[in-house]
Design a protein around this ligand. Structure first.
Ligand SMILES: *[C@@H]1O[C@H](CO)[C@@H](O)[C@H](O)[C@H]1NC(C)=O
Ligand SMILES: *[C@@H]1O[C@H](CO)[C@@H](O)[C@H](O)[C@H]1NC(C)=O
Ligand SMILES: *[C@@H]1O[C@H](CO)[C@@H](O)[C@H](O)[C@H]1NC(C)=O
Ligand SMILES: *[C@@H]1O[C@H](CO)[C@@H](O)[C@H](O)[C@H]1NC(C)=O
Ligand SMILES: *[C@@H]1O[C@H](CO)[C@@H](O)[C@H](O)[C@H]1NC(C)=O
Ligand SMILES: *[C@@H]1O[C@H](CO)[C@@H](O)[C@H](O)[C@H]1NC(C)=O
Length: 323
């Protein structure tokens, strides 16, 4: 059975911190503690990223060799102009938002399904802040909206209506994040999970996200340890050691949003990172939650891209959310 091989017991974490509650922002002191922890690892992050880039170039050549692709992978040139020593995000536990839906998050390496958009191969490296070493067997859990702003499992909620208005249309007066059930269907696109390998790295194939009202373009990500799955690939149990959102550069977004099908989303104006309320929380403590991207054809991001980001986690800081 396929999944039984993946019922991996990851790092056993021993100490739990107090759960910050449904509105999920950690106390400043805790953010500062993690920030200090991450800074200790700065040098390791740079080394890790450097190794990661070298390794990826080799992996790509191998992975693509049996496939008929319409682009050539340039393995000679470095993927990024500079190795950023600060690509490490130890996300200060920003909100999961209202569109988390664990029962639609399944184990797979391609979560695109039938969604149209610019291909994105998202690579994430996970660093254990306690040891400054890569963290293997961490399950990375992603969800994001489609090219015109909708989330699967919530497709009947308009991406153009501010959240408070949506609640009022639904006659909901006592909304509680993680408790109130707003899901409208069982679609699963653009939701998926995959574990890090022995080098602490994993890759998820998806599309570049679009945007919805009042939010910058983002991808939600959680990191789970000690996870186990059902036969249909959803999580039965896990320790969640990080909950964050990752972003892209404004100039990348401006370019890609002018391309179809993104360009047809004209009902609302896109919120930039600078104007986003959660982005500023994600950059607390000097972290960089912005994905580095490189075009797959070496020329045009609109033809598809590789993205890379490192996430630093504190394996002892366990959040316990209701599933
Ligand atoms: C960034 O990492 C490189 C490679 O490890 C190192 O040589 C350089 O000093 C680092 N820069 C900073 C500002 O830490
Ligand atoms: C690869 O795909 C191209 C374009 O679709 C096609 O022309 C070519 O024959 C394919 N080559 C192989 C070996 O399948
Ligand atoms: C997986 O199984 C669980 C438990 O039966 C169910 O709640 C969930 O909807 C299923 N998810 C998918 C994607 O099949
Ligand atoms: C995004 O999802 C919504 C809801 O299913 C759908 O109506 C819309 O066409 C999708 N957008 C694109 C670009 O396919
Ligand atoms: C909300 O309440 C109004 C007034 O009672 C009602 O007309 C409407 O159908 C309700 N909407 C929903 C989604 O229940
Ligand atoms: C978008 O912003 C522009 C410039 O501020 C404004 O003129 C336009 O009405 C806005 N469009 C929508 C759909 O809000």
């Amino acid at each position: 059975m396929f999944y039984s091989n993946l019922l991996i017991t990851a790092l056993a974490a021993t100490t739990a911190i107090a759960h910050p509650g449904p509105h999920d922002i950690l106390p400043r002191a805790e953010i500062q503690r993690r920030s200090d922890m991450a800074k200790r690892c700065a040098e390791h992050v740079a080394n890790f990223n450097q190794q990661r880039m070298a390794k990826r170039a080799m992996q790509k050549r191998w992975e693509r060799s049996g496939h008929n692709t319409t682009f050539e992978i340039t393995t000679e040139a470095p993927y990024y102009e500079n190795i950023q020593n600060d690509t490490c995000v130890l996300t200060p536990e920003v909100t999961r938002g209202p569109y988390v839906w664990p029962r639609s998050q399944t184990l797979r390496q391609d979560m695109t399904e039938d969604q149209v958009g610019i291909p994105l191969w998202l690579d994430v490296g996970v660093l254990d802040m306690a040891t400054c070493e890569p963290l293997p067997n961490a399950l990375l859990d992603f969800w994001h909206c489609n090219a015109t702003g909708s989330y699967s499992s919530f497709t009947h909620l308009s991406p153009n209506t501010p959240f408070e208005e949506l609640l009022s249309e639904l006659n909901i007066t006592d909304y509680d994040l993680g408790v109130t059930d707003l899901h409208t269907d069982d679609t699963t696109w653009l939701r998926g999970m995959w574990p890090t390998d022995e080098n602490g790295v994993m890759e998820m194939k998806t599309i570049f996200p679009g945007f919805y009202v009042d939010r910058a373009i983002h991808i939600h990500v959680q990191v789970h340890t000690d996870w186990s799955l059902r036969e249909n690939g959803t999580i039965i149990a896990s320790n969640t050691v990080s909950t964050g959102q990752i972003y892209f550069d404004e100039d990348v977004e401006e370019k890609l949003m002018s391309v179809e099908p993104y360009a047809s989303h004209t009902q609302i104006n896109r919120t930039t990172n600078a104007d986003d309320s959660v982005f500023s929380q994600d950059t607390e403590g000097g972290y960089n939650p912005v994905v580095s991207v490189v075009p797959v054809d070496g020329e045009d991001l609109a033809n598809g891209m590789y993205g890379y980001i490192t996430i630093g986690v504190d394996t002892t800081a366990i959040e316990t959310f209701n599933k």
